[in-house]
Design a protein around this ligand. Structure first.
Ligand SMILES: Cc1cc2nc3c(=O)[nH]c(=O)nc-3n(C[C@H](O)[C@H](O)[C@H](O)COP(=O)(O)O)c2cc1C
Length: 203
């Protein structure tokens, strides 16, 4: 099957996060985002793809900051509540019934009840005609220790992080389950040694 251009995004399961910001005038905003990826390891920078007409993008431009909160699967209703295109003067925490979680380093709050919170500052915006790629530096990151062990690993069976598979007219909210195989990073390296780990470059 050859997928038409407007169906191509349906081949990839995507993460779901909530991005919270404040406007230049101090109005709080929160919206779901799936086009987001860490830029390699360790998670120092993150890239977010945004359509031009987004209050989130306007706020990031105005304040230079945003918070990425990672919701659990049980939060799908809240995710859809803040997906609505409220006007910029509406406080979307209030509209969506979400509780703000004060950030350590930023004015913008995270979202209470999530699994992890990454406080980010704008590093660069790569502008295209209809969309922008926003590169942020993660300046502070916290995770709920009920769902992460001492090594910082997520217990995803308990945490149930939210993801999504896109369809023709809607989207299925999903969550990751174990596929039956655990692999150590060392397996990727002939001789079992990650030479890049000490030299700075990573996989
Ligand atoms: C699961 C999900 C993922 C989304 N991912 C994106 C995305 O990656 N980029 C984007 O521009 N909009 C995305 N949206 C749409 C925005 O969340 C939506 O337009 C929202 O109203 C934007 O709010 P804002 O104008 O307050 O920023 C997504 C919506 C949902 C429900």
């Amino acid at each position: 099957m050859i997928l038409a251009p407007r169906k191509r995004e349906q081949i990839l399961p995507l993460p779901v996060v909530l991005i919270s910001t404040v406007s230049g005038g101090g109005v709080r905003n929160v919206a779901p985002w799936s086009n987001i990826t860490p830029i390699l390891r360790p998670l120092e920078e993150i890239v977010v793809a945004s359509w031009i007409k987004r209050d989130t993008l306007d706020n990031i431009r105005a304040t230079g900051e945003f918070v990425v909160s990672v919701p659990a699967a049980g939060m799908a209703e809240a995710v859809m509540a803040c997906a609505k295109n409220y006007p910029p003067e509406e406080d979307e925490f209030v509209q969506a019934g979400l509780s703000p979680r004060p950030s350590r380093k930023l004015k913008a709050p995270g979202v209470e009840g999530c699994l992890a919170w990454a406080e980010c500052v704008l590093v660069e915006e790569i502008s295209r005609k209809n969309y922008s790629l926003v590169i942020g530096r993660v300046i502070h990151l916290e995770a709920d220790d009920r769902f992460f062990n001492q090594a910082g690993e997520m217990d995803y069976e308990t945490a149930k992080p939210l993801s999504v598979v896109l369809g023709e007219k809607g989207m299925w909210f999903t969550r990751p389950v174990f596929a039956g195989r655990y692999a150590e990073y060392a397996e990727m390296f002939i001789g079992g040694k990650d030479g890049a780990a000490s030299s700075g470059g990573r996989d």
